[in-house]
Design a protein around this ligand. Structure first.
Ligand SMILES: [Zn+2]
Ligand SMILES: [Zn+2]
Length: 144
């Protein structure tokens, strides 16, 4: 994303952070901007690699700490689809995920039939819903 585009949307980003009682530091704004503009469910490392290329003062620890705060305040959702890597989703609305075993991409799935439409299941109170599907994505299937 260009520097100009980042500038134009910085007011909006600050608003989001403030509404979640997070002090909008430069680094936090950069991380949020990346998440909003790269809907790929990135890992902390992907975010670090991308931003640190232009902002050399950014450390990996800052990225991890920022993501931790974002997650605690409900700005991002942590996805444990793979035990080896934690991914981050800026979309905290209920939705399922589909992981392609061929290309490794993680897709959003907004099929409501995959998600319970109520807050109680068998008398249990639901507080978190993680639906993960795995298989071959349509792009990879088309190449076969
Ligand atoms: Zn694929
Ligand atoms: Zn998602």
């Amino acid at each position: 994303m260009s520097e100009k585009a980042y500038q134009s949307d910085v007011t909006e980003l600050k608003k989001i952070l403030r509404s979640h009682s997070i002090q909008p530091s430069h680094h936090r704004l950069q991380v949020l901007s990346y998440l909003k503009n790269h809907r790929v469910h990135p890992t902390a490392d992907m975010i670090y690699q991308h931003i640190s290329a232009k902002i050399h003062t950014l450390s990996k620890t800052t990225v991890y700490n920022t993501l931790k705060i974002f997650s605690e305040k409900g700005i991002v959702r942590e996805l444990n689809i793979d035990e080896h890597e934690l991914r981050y989703d800026i979309n905290v609305e209920p939705h399922a995920h589909f992981k392609c075993v061929k290309c490794g991409k993680l897709f959003d799935v907004f099929d409501k039939t995959l998600l319970p439409d109520r807050e109680m299941v068998d008398g249990h109170i639901v507080s978190k819903i993680d639906v993960y599907l795995q298989g071959t994505c349509k792009e990879c299937a088309g190449k076969e």
